[in-house]
Design a protein around this ligand. Structure first.
Ligand code: HEM
Length: 489
């Protein structure tokens, strides 16, 4: 057909990855692999495309995917193509429904208009109080680990981000840092099962997945979460109608002192003829889902990097001393802009280890890139953030080195060479929220503890790139293991 001819012509023009193709599957078999192998594949795609002027093709069954590591092409595509490839995103979609993150463009557009103003600087500054309180809890939870040898820091950080995101999204204190609850377990299970599903060929289609034995467990956890959020919404609706009768608790949880996204979205969408319960649930779940694991991964990688780069940690600590002196006062929103070096450390961590390593866009009409290459309708743009972040043409020969100072040396060559939060009109709405939360968490930990690498780690090993695996976001194969010690002051 004409469509096939156009796709084949494009594949020839940009070149295909140097891996054998299988009948029917094309290159799709490469993705049906372990989490480590999939990560290696992303890294392989990154290198291959950087050697082919930033574009390289591969076949996922009958779909041509174009892997992109060129910031120019990326900028253009993030401006012109807003639809996400639903074939690749069926797993997460089954959970988020029409929530803005993966919704079709016509549903996403009005929802984004309602959600965006809730991320105002005024609201974010208010949320820093939540971050500060919740990171204080994290600091206490870490205390038994001080001087007690190697441990994985991830769960501590993930429980912090979960508590903070839930408090700001739903207005309740879940306290996952202090006690187990079924809501947290359900989120963990859904994440794990969504990751498994993305690597499985047989689970590609919803109707197949629904017939698989694991679906029962998946659906049970999903319904548990939906019910939980629905109940919170009901109570909030009743409260909005009769504010005088508000109690200090909600559904057995302590209420937050700050207004939540849920209340704000309810208000912004108009109380009469506003969002339905389903829309409210979808949008609050998107915030919880998009905000928890991503910022936990970013924060944990930053801690691992500081454990291995003693001189970087020292500079961060000096900066903290400059701002806080010897006092142990709580951090406030006004302190955050002063923490410039810490910000550079977070950015350099997100450059080398972007929590979301790849995003996709559906090319829904023929579009000509600034380079002159025309991507034809029905191609999927596979925007390889990890590859863009290591592109030597933009970052120089030390692209693979961890060097936070590069973010303090004046503007970057191209605004799209650093896009951990994506860019353009469909970028991450939570990027400032995330930066503020990560800064608060890292300053809290660093003020109380010094961070060390695993016991007996070979100094040669310290500066080696971390081993990664793909699990919806990227993770550390060696489980974010560090040691901590209490600081003297
Ligand atoms: C280090 C932490 C984070 C990273 C790396 C990250 C990254 C991303 C990326 C790559 C996207 C997809 C954008 C695209 O396809 O172009 C996204 C979307 C989104 N993120 Fe984040 N994110 C982080 C934290 C957060 C937080 C804390 C929140 C909320 C509190 C949040 C809310 C959202 C929302 C609502 C979207 C969907 C936007 C839309 O489609 O209009 N994110 N994020």
């Amino acid at each position: 057909s004409l469509k096939e001819k156009k796709l084949n012509k494009l594949a020839k023009e940009i070149g295909l990855i140097d891996k054998p193709m299988m009948p029917i599957l094309g290159h799709a078999y490469l993705f049906l692999s372990t989490r480590k192998e999939i990560m290696k594949l992303f890294e392989f795609l990154a290198e291959e495309s950087s050697r082919h002027r930033g574009l390289i093709g591969f076949w996922n069954i009958n779909r041509l995917l174009v892997n992109i590591t060129d910031p120019e092409a990326t900028e253009f595509l993030l401006k012109t193509c807003l639809s996400k490839d639903h074939g690749l995103l069926r797993g997460p979609l089954m959970f988020t429904g029409n929530g803005s993150i993966f919704a079709p463009v016509n549903i996403w557009r009005p929802r984004r208009k309602i959600l965006a103003p809730t991320f105002s600087m005024k609201n974010l500054n208010m949320f820093v109080n939540v971050f500060a309180d919740q990171t204080a809890v994290m600091g206490n939870q870490l205390a038994p680990k001080a001087g007690a040898g190697d441990f994985s820091v991830f769960k501590y950080v993930a429980n912090y981000t979960f508590d903070a995101v839930c408090e700001t999204a739903l207005g309740i204190q879940i306290q996952s840092q202090i006690k187990q609850n079924s809501f947290v377990n359900a989120i963990d299970e859904i994440f794990r099962m969504t990751g498994d599903r993305m690597n499985s060929f047989t689970a590609r289609h919803d109707f197949m997945y629904r017939m698989m034995p694991c679906f029962k467990q998946y659906d049970k956890q999903r319904q548990l979460l939906y019910r939980f959020v629905n109940e919170i919404i009901q109570i909030k609706r009743e409260e909005a109608a009769k504010p005088a009768e508000c109690a200090g608790t909600l559904h057995g949880f302590k209420k937050s002192k700050v207004p939540s996204f849920l209340e704000m979205i309810m208000e912004h969408s108009g109380s009469i003829g506003g969002y339905t319960d389903l829309e409210l649930r979808e949008e609050t779940m998107v915030i919880i889902l998009a905000g928890t694991d991503t910022s936990a991964v970013g924060t944990s990688f930053a801690l691992v990097m500081m454990s291995r780069y003693e001189e970087v940690q020292k500079k961060v600590y000096e900066e903290l001393k400059g701002v806080f002196g010897d006092s142990n006062r709580t951090i406030t929103a006004a302190d955050l802009p002063s923490l410039k070096y810490l910000e550079a450390v977070i950015k350099e961590t997100l450059r080398l280890y972007p929590p979301v390593p790849v995003i996709v866009r559906e090319v829904d009409r023929d579009v000509t890139l600034p380079s002159g290459v025309t991507l034809v309708k029905d191609v999927t743009a596979f925007i390889n953030i990890l590859g863009i972040h290591r592109n030597r043409e933009y970052w120089g020969d030390d692209a693979d080195d961890f060097r936070p100072e590069r973010f303090l040396e004046g503007p970057l060559k191209h605004p799209n060479q650093f896009i951990p939060f994506s860019n353009g009109v469909r970028n991450c709405l939570g990027y400032q929220y995330a930066m503020m939360s990560m800064k608060t968490a890292l300053s809290s930990v660093l003020r109380r503890y010094s961070i060390l690498p695993p016991d007996g780690m070979d100094p040669e090993q310290l500066k080696k790139p971390l081993r990664l695996e793909y699990d919806v976001s990227i993770k550390h194969v060696d489980k974010f293991i560090i040691r901590i010690e209490k600081r003297n002051s």
